[in-house]
Design a protein around this ligand. Sequence first.
Ligand code: SAH
Length: 379
Amino acid sequence: MDKNFQEEQFTGITTFTPPLYKQRYQFIKDLVGKYKPKKVADLGCADCTLLWMLKFCSCIEVLAGLDVCASVLKEKMHRLSPLPGDYLQPAERSLTVTLHHGSVAHKDSCMLGFDLVTCIELIEHLEQSELKKFPEVVFGFMAPSVVVISTPNSEFNSLLSGVMLFRHPDHKFEWNRAQFQSWALETARCYDYSVEFTGVGHPPRGMENVGFCTQIGVFVRKYPQTSESAQPREPTEAAYKTVFKAVYPSLKDEKYLRNAVVGEVIFAAQIIKRSLTDRLMLEHEEYNDDPAERKFQPSINCFSEDLGRLVGKHVEESMKPFVNGNVVYIPLTTIFSFPKVNRLCGTLDKLRELIAGKVTLSSDGSAVMFNTEHENEEN
Ligand code: SAH
């Protein structure tokens, strides 16, 4: 993972390309790619930049952020709201994003059941009393499958410009690798996790002995969690205040699924109808026959080749559309063969249920009916 990050020649002042915070976020994105968590919580999420990046990871269905500072949390939280495009084309997955105001020193049942918990540059901001409670809250209570903790590696500080004591005035401490690793190993041991150490921000060439600028511990729970242990042991009072919640439009929600399916059905039916009427028109021109006398059968044989290409399979007799006067009948089985309709509905019965009342069907419910009369008037 680390080899993807660029390293700068040591010039006395170390800078990183991409910037260090982006390397930390990229590390988390890579981890999401590896573990495919459905539920991710970012503790000490500040202005929600990492959460905003994670909302594009399609495996994630629940995103939560927690920060003790309400004003920084609210600064840019509206970027986490769905955009008009999300409504125009709802995603297949569901996604809920929630932001909580509160401290990692307190337990709240809203933080139960997560797969991945990230704590990026958080622990060094904790007071001694908070740091003491942190392992029990995160590893004991939340107990996600994976926890990622990043924190500055103080051994790197001499290579950074302008760092006197700590890298940030709000830091309560900065640990060297031995200090972080002994804390992490002890925490992992207490709560049955394994931990591996890595980092981002390569040291300059010749200075490798200082280690990464940001040190990272990836903790993985040793034993699977039972559904019972994901529940609070005693009813806990809500310690956090929810300050933001966005539920993204999703095809998992029947309301959006219905709209999407109706749209796809009309689209598929229009293509079939247009292809069919083009064929008939062509034939009419070729033979200059009387439309009233026109026999449908010769056209449909040629047409079924077109249709076969559209649905990507052999078109059986029962799937062939037919014309009666001004009405084109397109069997539902044909529309169901369109890959997107098929994927969205799963079964023919579900297709019928989803379009009921929205698309005109033949009296036996087996075909979609299209009246070409008004269309001709428009033309
Ligand atoms: N994770 C972000 C922000 C790091 S700064 C990033 O990578 O850029 C640390 C953040 O932790 C700040 O936003 C601060 O308000 C928050 N924080 C400090 N103490 C906290 C606590 N006890 N509980 C929750 N958040 C805390």
